[in-house]
Design a protein around this ligand. Sequence first.
Ligand code: AMP
Length: 125
Amino acid sequence: MPVKGLGLYDDQNVFARILRGEIPSRRVFEDEWAIAFHDIAPQAPVHVLVIPRGRYVSLADFTAGASDAEIAGFWRAVGAVARQLELEAPGYRVLVNMGEHSGQEVPHLHAHVFGGRPLGVMLAK
Ligand code: AMP
């Protein structure tokens, strides 16, 4: 489903290529629904990206078009990644950029998982 500003799903986007193993990533998790890997330009001591295996451009696309099983599988993977990385006790932040105003760069849905230090205010003033 097209999302304004993002277009149709591009099978050559960088996360599609990571999913297919065509370019390297530092994977920390994978299951039937999602994979997770370290962000190439971390903005916190822990900065991991969780992406669904399905071809979804954005959160808008995913919430409109994914099955209940895909949606459950993806969010359970986000929780599992944080647990595996021992972020539950200290706490962590999950962030999803969607579309132009958010600055979303890669047109494959991804949740950023940040942790490893106090993360400060949610948005820059
Ligand atoms: P966003 O702005 O929400 O679309 O975030 C895209 C994220 O993808 C940024 O934090 C980038 O550093 C990250 N990124 C881009 N290319 C790669 C890559 N090849 N491997 C890991 N992370 C990447």
